[in-house]
Design a protein around this ligand. Structure first.
Ligand SMILES: Nc1ncnc2c1ncn2[C@@H]1O[C@H](COP(=O)(O)OP(=O)(O)OP(=O)(O)O)[C@@H](O)[C@H]1O
Ligand SMILES: [Mg+2]
Length: 316
């Protein structure tokens, strides 16, 4: 697997930015985004996500560190530039333009013209499901439709890499799912996607790997299966009596939903599963199912950011 985006000790300080004080937006960021993967780039507000994206796009310059895109350290080279599609955070398009005119405008900026441009516009409108709305003006578009046009714009030059800053923010669940499906199919067609987002469930559903930033520093990076720990185990039992459940609760097993004599029990990581099962047997409960419960990305995110904040507090 080759790295399509690579940063090494990338650092950005906005000098004298706030009341003459430096803002350390990004510190020693080293990440790799592999070919044909969706990399979820996460972090609280102000943690440095957009700064990273702007650095990768060459819109701002690093204070220190190195970047390589498609193996090239010259990230301003035309071969690199034309291979990156970018959807900015809260992208804005003039309200009076029709969807297809927005794309035509950007196409001309990319140096595309004539038949090639028209064919390409037809194609990207089709990919994002906006062919039927192409002649309507942006004014009449929903947020989801605006994001689709933004995505179409990012796809115009048929780039290998897509960098999307908050692509699903503010969308309803159906629109989010539709955008997610489009992104997954782009990955399946061989594109590499770097997606910054606050929508943790979205990211969990779609990303191959994630990186989590806190105050400009990378706190965790990897595959979700490696990062998220298996913690609790859920046991479903039948034949439960209130007394038996009380005794199980006293042994540290949490009792969840109950319907008649069926109950769902939660065994926390600190209680050995073997002990919990033996206790259930001793209470003459029948086991219906035993299933490990994986930590969610949201739980992991809150834990990692919380640990980082605690570390900063205690080191002050
Ligand atoms: N042009 C700038 N000048 C000075 N400081 C800036 C500039 N752009 C960003 N910052 C600061 O750098 C830090 C990182 O900002 P950045 O926009 O990269 O965060 P983010 O992770 O994208 O946040 P959000 O989730 O809110 O979009 C913040 O403290 C921000 O105030
Ligand atoms: Mg941002």
């Amino acid at each position: 697997m080759s790295a399509v985006i690579e940063t090494e000790a990338l650092t950005k300080v906005y000098e004298g930015a706030v009341k003459g004080q430096d803002v350390h937006a990004l510190t020693n960021l080293s990440i790799k985004v592999d070919e044909k993967e969706i990399f979820g780039y996460l972090g609280p507000n102000g943690s440095g996500k957009t700064t990273t994206i702007k650095l990768l796009l060459g819109l701002i310059f690093p204070t220190a560190g190195r970047m390589k895109i498609l193996g090239s350290p010259d990230i301003g080279a035309r071969a690199v530039r034309t291979n990156i599609g970018y959807l900015p955070e809260g992208a804005y398009y003039p309200e009076f333009l029709k969807g297809e005119e927005v794309l035509s405008f950007y196409g001309h900026l990319y140096g595309m013209t004539g038949r090639d441009l028209k064919t390409r516009i037809d194609r990207v409108l089709d990919v994002v499901g906006m062919s039927r709305a192409r002649k309507r003006t942006v004014r009449g578009y929903s947020k989801g439709m605006r994001q689709r046009i933004g995505l179409a714009q990012a796809l115009l030059s048929d780039p290998q890499i897509l960098i999307l800053d908050e692509p699903t923010t503010g969308l309803d669940p159906i629109a989010r799912k539709e955008i997610r499906d489009i992104l997954a199919s782009l990955r399946d067609q061989g594109k590499t996607l770097l997606i910054s987002s606050h929508e943790l469930l979205e990211v969990e559903l779609i990303s191959d790997r994630v990186g989590i930033l806190s105050e400009g520093e990378l706190q965790a990076c990897g595959k979700l299966t490696d990062l998220l720990s298996d913690r609790d185990t859920e046991i479903e039992v039948s034949g439960a009596t209130p007394d038996a459940l009380t005794r199980l609760a006293e042994a540290g097993i949490r009792v969840g939903d109950q319907v008649d004599t069926k109950a769902s029990l939660r065994v926390p990581g600190e209680v050995p599963l073997y002990t919990a099962i033996e206790r259930c047997k001793a209470e003459k409960l029948a086991l219906v199912s035993v299933s490990p419960q994986r930590e969610t990305l949201e739980e992991f995110f809150v834990r990692i950011i919380g640990e980082d904040e605690e570390k900063r507090r205690t080191s002050q």
